[in-house]
Design a protein around this ligand. Structure first.
Ligand SMILES: [Ca+2]
Ligand SMILES: [Ca+2]
Length: 256
């Protein structure tokens, strides 16, 4: 869950922060809380015990770090600021178990407690080594973020995941109408229906078992399977559209 989420984060952040190239944890929390199917909160000055308790509860922690202090021999090139995810710990070895996107060896990579606690620094322009000690505690629950509407399309974050629309895109199917307005009026927000109802299309909608053939801007009921197969059609050709949209299309004579 979280791993995919971390990758998506960097695509989403431009929606909230179009001008930003570096992210502090509070910006990352905003992106998570607006757009991802989980939630996060900034925790200042976390102690080792607090962090272990989170990991015991199965909740990964996002840690901002001054990269040099991580002393990861696989890092290449110079980058002052780095984020990684802690997914567990090992008291015997005194290590955190990390998912570190910084190298190809980052899966289940181990950093000592001391390394993480000392490298932990939030982004501070020009002086990451002086950044505050803080992390993001994450939760698989939407919590109070269920009601956010980061892309301002009229659907809450929870609704976007229920309906399968894109939480950070105002108009998921790119048909010129926002997600919220389409669902409010009974259209599909995840399919460009106008693009589908073209000449020759075979249409079906959830509220009716009837199949229609589009011809000259009108829909024609295909009255039997015999008619359907006689025309060389197959079921894969059916396009599902909303009851609302199919109701908008003028009806012509049935195909018999
Ligand atoms: Ca949306
Ligand atoms: Ca749309």
């Amino acid at each position: 869950m979280q791993k995919k989420g971390i990758l998506e984060l960097f695509d989403m952040k431009h929606v909230l922060f179009p001008e930003s190239f570096d992210e502090n944890v509070s910006m990352i929390a905003d992106v998570i809380n607006n757009f991802l199917p989980w939630s996060a909160r900034v925790v200042e000055q976390p102690t080792l015990d607090m962090m272990k308790a989170e990991l015991d509860a199965g909740r990964p922690i996002i840690v901002p770090a001054y990269a040099s202090s991580l002393q990861n021999v696989y890092f290449r090139g110079f980058f002052p600021y780095h984020m990684l995810v802690l997914s567990g710990y090992d008291d015997t070895e005194q290590t955190f178990i990390a998912e570190d996107p910084g190298t190809q060896y980052g899966h289940a990579y181990r950093y000592s407690y001391d390394t993480i606690m000392s490298a932990m620094h939030d982004f501070l322009p020009g002086n990451v080594a002086g950044g505050s000690k803080r992390v993001l505690f994450t939760s698989p629950d939407l919590g109070s973020t269920a009601d956010t509407d980061g892309d301002r399309d009229g659907l809450t974050k929870a609704q976007e995941f229920t309906y399968g629309t894109v939480s950070y895109v105002f108009d998921s199917d790119g048909d010129g109408f926002g997600d919220g307005i389409e669902l409010q009026f009974g259209y599909l927000a995840t399919k460009n229906e106008q693009a589908v109802i073209q000449q020759g299309a075979l249409l079906i909608a959830p509220g009716s078992p009837q199949v229609y053939y589009m011809d000259a801007g009108t829909k024609h009921h295909v009255t039997s399977e015999a008619v359907f197969f006689r025309n060389g059609w197959n079921w894969q050709m059916l396009e599902w559209i909303s009851d609302r949209m199919i109701g908008n299309i003028p009806t012509g004579s049935p195909l018999t």
